[in-house]
Structures are given as C-alpha cells and as structure tokens.
Design a protein around this ligand. Structure first.
Ligand SMILES: [Zn+2]
Length: 313
C-alpha cells in the first residue's frame, strides 16, 4: 500500500469513488462548473461538509520529498483526494480539465462534459427530459456559446437557415439549441427583455426566462444570438402571436388591437400586461455589448410577418 493510500486509510477519508460522485453533484448545483481546487476555495469546504469531515481530516497533510530539488513538499490530504477524484473523472471524459476549460472560458475550472452531464442526471434521479431546460454548462455546449457570442456581427444578416431540418432533431442540433438558449439567457442576464423579470426554480436549476427566436424555428430561423431575445413566458407568447414587435430603435410597438381588447382580457390582478406594453416608451432591456443585440433584418421580418397591425395603422 502506498504512503498516500495509508494516509487516506489512517484518517478514514471517503473513497475516491464517493468523492467523484459528490463532485458530480456539486458540478450540477454549480451550473456545470467548479473552480480548480485551491486553499480558501469554497467548493473545497462545501464537498468536505458533504462528507462531514472533521478538522483533523481537513488539515492533515502529506509530505512528499522532491529529490531533484532536495526539499519536502507538504500538501493537504483532502485537496489531494479531491484532485485524484477529479482527475479520474477527466480520464473517463466526464469533466474537462481546468487547462482545457481555460482555453474556452478563460477560467481555470472543471466543467461537465455531455457524458458527465448525463451521468450526473442519472446519479441525481433527474429525468433526462429536463436536460434542455437546465442552465447547466457542458463543454460541448460552451463551445457553441463561445462561437455564438464571438462571431463577428454581419452587416447584412440573413436570419434564415435554408439547410435547417425542422423535424429531424439530432444530438448535434440538440446541443446547438442548448448553446443558443444559454448564450441568449446569459447575454440578457437571465432577465426578460420586456419586463426584466428574473426568477429561477427553488432548486436554482432552471430559469423562468426563455430564449425566444425572432424568426421562429418553424420558419427556419437561425439559432444565432442576433435572432434571439430573452423573454418571460408571457412576453414570449405575446411576441410569438404578434401582440407586439420591436422598432429599429428597440422600442416596443404594440398592436392597435389593444384598443378593442375587452377590459377583462390580459389582466394579472391590477396589472394589465398587454396595455402596459403601450406605456413603455423607452428601449427594451438589451445586452451591454451592442454586437449581441437583435439584428434589424430579424426584427423587420417579425414586424412584416408576425405583428398584427390591426385596422388602424
Ligand atoms: Zn416579461
């Protein structure tokens, strides 16, 4: 038995397998990423708490002799165990290593892969059907997000993807859709562009806000950030059915049919959600970087094809 294994046994540390599972669960509750382990990192204590480790277990250290430099290196036993577990997950391709994630997000983090995400859902008894609605990052999805937010904004954007297959949902297109959803929701700081409502589920796993397509999926709208808007469920519906659209200066244009709406329609208690749209004269809430704003070609299409002008122009 190695010196390291003896130490793990002597201090009655959890097994590597147990730590691997705890790491996967921690990754899920942290949106798919956790920082590289170092002293003072909250995650190091969080997982230690998961196992109820005592002070001795947390502060025990290993002494390794560096023959070349002729010096003794001390490292915390618990950090060592965490690293061993994460390293094993990386070997199984369930997480990406901090050195690899760094190239993608500029942060030294362990990140779930799609395979790791599936494994974690199984471990946490969460149905795979919920996968598309979880804001959990995965290495493959982040690659798409990076591409979406870093591509140069085209002058004359074509929001249609002629090659898009509406019916055939491949694994690749599912990842692409999740990338689109994540990029849009993050660009709008998880808020509805119209009412700025921000709320997540009690388990913090799902956001209420949705990534809406301006040119819809069914009309072969592209999964690009320039064809997207973050909207709450109500405003998403109202936008899709043409109750309102956007002008080129990103102010709201409400259908003139609002004037003939029965008084008990579109009310949430005292809040009249359709009429409230007409009183909003300022620009909608948009991402800080103007390159990420919806493209005029997409909103023009929405004005011409979806928006209900009504009888009075
Ligand atoms: Zn809203």
């Amino acid at each position: 038995m190695s010196y390291e294994s003896k130490m793990f046994e002597q201090f009655a540390m959890p097994t590597r397998k147990q730590v691997e599972q705890s790491l996967l669960r921690a990754l899920l509750s942290h949106g798919g990423v956790i920082k590289e382990f170092g002293a003072g990192q909250e995650i190091v204590d969080e997982i230690a708490n998961d196992f109820g480790l005592n002070e001795h277990q947390r502060s025990a250290f290993l002494q390794t002799v560096y023959r070349k430099e002729n010096r003794v290196k001390k490292s915390l036993l618990w950090h060592r165990l965490l690293f061993r577990a994460a390293d094993s997950l990386a070997k199984e391709k369930l997480v990406s290593r901090p050195t690899k994630t760094l190239q993608l997000t500029k942060k030294k983090e362990w990140m779930l892969t799609e395979k790791g995400f599936d494994e974690t859902l199984k471990l946490s008894n969460i149905p795979t059907a919920r996968k598309s609605f979880l804001p959990t990052k995965s290495y493959e999805v982040q690659k798409i997000v990076k591409k979406l937010i870093e591509s140069p904004r085209p002058e004359n954007y074509n929001p249609f993807d002629k090659g898009k297959k509406v019916i055939k949902a491949t694994r690749e297109s599912a990842i692409r859709t999740r990338g689109f959803r994540q990029a849009v929701i993050e660009a709008y700081s998880c808020k509805c562009a119209i009412c700025e409502m921000k709320i997540n589920s009690p388990d913090s796993l799902s956001w209420e806000v949705e990534a809406a397509h301006i040119v819809p999926h069914s009309s072969l709208g592209r999964d690009d950030i320039w064809n997207g808007l973050a909207l709450c469920h109500l405003h998403h519906w109202a936008f899709d059915v043409g109750w309102f659209t956007l002008r080129d200066d990103y102010t709201i244009n409400v259908s003139s049919k609002v004037h003939s709406l029965p008084s008990d329609f579109g009310r949430l208690g005292d809040y009249e959600f359709i009429r409230a749209l007409s009183s909003k004269s300022s620009r909608i809430f948009l991402p800080g970087r103007s390159e990420l704003h919806p493209h005029h070609n997409a909103i023009r299409w929405h004005r011409q094809n979806i928006f209900h002008q009504g009888d009075i122009q």
